[in-house]
Design a protein around this ligand. Structure first.
Ligand code: KMH
Ligand code: ZN
Length: 307
């Protein structure tokens, strides 16, 4: 099982800024390269073995997927930490797949994310909570999601695999629904991906699977059946469900992803003041369950990364 193969070590991934949340939602969202790098370094110091990175335009806070936007972030983070770098190929659902793959293809990180299926991507429910926006793009970003398909066709997935695989980059397979596990199994059957698969199950995004404990169990049971010992499981709960989902998954032998990309909260109605705050919470729950947090090198071992 996944529990035995990890010998009690749990990998914390921290997703620093992403493309879901916007600057007006929280003053703690890192936006400039300097803020993103500092926040990532703090997260690594708090126990995150893997840093999942996006970049933003420093003036507007809009997601920026140009390789140039990543350069200063990567430089600083690599200099200050030994953490595993994970570059997004999801970018934002408003971008084309070639735009999305460019930073990972350019910088050849140990890990790149790979989104395993197309889906609706409903961010508009956040309009009921957040009403004041400093920039026009923020409201459009939420409103536009009523008619937004996050496109990850089979051809798109192959494109990302082709542009990144030759560099020894391995993948965080983002699975937002059960079908996405079957899509991964399909690529495994075709020999286009190699075990151990790092499966990141995403719960509670509108358009994907829900965040009920039964959803979490169903995801794990299906992955167990499809991949057996050939996968390592990690979970992320979007929004306020983050820690409840993390707790259930860690108890089941899984790894966890936290960070302001997926949730801006530290408790009910309480904004997380940093990424490190959430990493510390994850560490507490892991240690509270009698397990320990994997170092970056232990994570490299568990996930068979190039190092
Ligand atoms: N924001 C997450 C729900 C990516 O960057 O490839 C998924 C994600 C996508 O991290
Ligand atoms: Zn991401």
């Amino acid at each position: 099982t996944t529990t035995e193969s990890q010998s009690g070590k749990v990998i914390i991934t921290c997703a620093i800024t992403g493309a879901i949340h916007t600057p007006s939602m929280t003053p703690y969202l890192p936006v400039t390269a300097d803020e993103i790098a500092r926040s990532a370094i703090e997260a690594a110091e708090a126990g995150a073995a893997i840093l999942h990175l996006h970049a933003r335009n420093p003036e507007t806070g809009q997601p920026d997927q140009t390789p140039e936007a990543f350069a200063p972030i990567l430089g600083r983070v690599k200099q200050a930490t030994g953490a595993v770098i994970n570059i997004t190929t999801g970018g934002s659902p408003y971008m084309s797949v070639s735009e999305r793959a460019a930073p990972a293809a350019t910088y050849r990180p140990e890990i790149a994310s790979l989104n395993m299926g197309s889906m609706n991507f409903g961010l508009y429910p956040m309009l009921s909570r957040f009403t004041e926006f400093k920039f026009d793009w923020e409201r459009q970003h939420l409103e536009g999601s009523r008619d937004l398909v996050f496109r990850n066709s089979f051809q798109d997935i192959e494109y990302v695999l082709e542009t990144c695989y030759g560099h020894g980059t391995r993948f965080e397979f983002e699975c937002y629904d059960i079908a996405h596990l079957y899509n991964l199994a399909h690529f495994a059957d075709r020999g286009l991906v190699k075990a151990p698969y790092f499966v990141q199950s995403v719960f509670g995004l509108l358009g994907g699977i829900g965040s009920h404990p039964e959803d979490v169990l169903h995801m794990k049971r299906t992955a167990d059946r499809l991949f057996g010992d050939d996968y390592r499981w990690s979970v992320l709960g979007a929004g306020a469900n983050q820690m409840r989902i993390a707790t259930q998954a860690v108890a089941l032998g899984g790894n966890v992803r936290v960070g302001l990309e997926d949730s801006i909260w530290a408790g009910k109605g309480e904004l997380a003041t940093s990424n490190a705050v959430q990493v510390r919470k994850a560490r507490q729950l892991i240690e509270g369950l009698g397990l320990s947090v994997a170092t970056p090198d232990e994570a490299r071992d568990i996930l068979a990364l190039k190092g």
